[in-house]
Design a protein. Structure first.
Length: 132
């Protein structure tokens, strides 16, 4: 049985850009076992499975590739989520230096030229000139 996470990785682990080919193989081959052990659906029977449980319980650091990739997978799927920009009524904003302005509304200013000029607002507050 191949482990998949269609909710978090709808195009697969490899295409997500988070995992190498080797990590993808480990997740697909051992993910069902690791998830079963983590969520109590399986009881550890081998010494490797018992060591994996020690890692899950935080009693030791990841000690092999399987534990490292599972730790990486868990950090990715449990990272804090922000509402999508369209859910907050805003759009993606990037300042002149290429930095992302989150939860922003972009308001066109003046005439549109080759390089669009924008006035950025965050939470309805206009940003001071030069801070966008």
């Amino acid at each position: 049985m191949t482990f998949r996470d269609d909710k978090e990785f709808p195009y697969g682990f490899q295409k997500s850009g988070h995992f190498s080919f080797h990590e993808t193989e480990l997740l697909e081959d051992y993910g069902c076992l690791m998830a079963g052990l983590q969520y109590g659906e399986l009881v550890p029977t081998t010494s490797k499975q018992k060591e994996f449980m020690e890692f899950l319980e935080g009693r030791r650091e990841p000690g092999n590739d399987i534990e490292r990739v599972w730790d990486k997978y868990q950090r990715i799927v449990q990272r804090p989520r922000h509402k999508m920009f369209h859910e907050k009524g805003g759009e993606l904003a990037i300042d002149e230096d290429g930095n992302l302005i989150t939860h922003a509304t972009i308001v066109p200013r003046g005439s549109m030229t080759k390089r669009h000029k924008y006035s950025a607002q965050i939470n309805g507050q206009r940003l001071p000139k030069g801070s966008s």
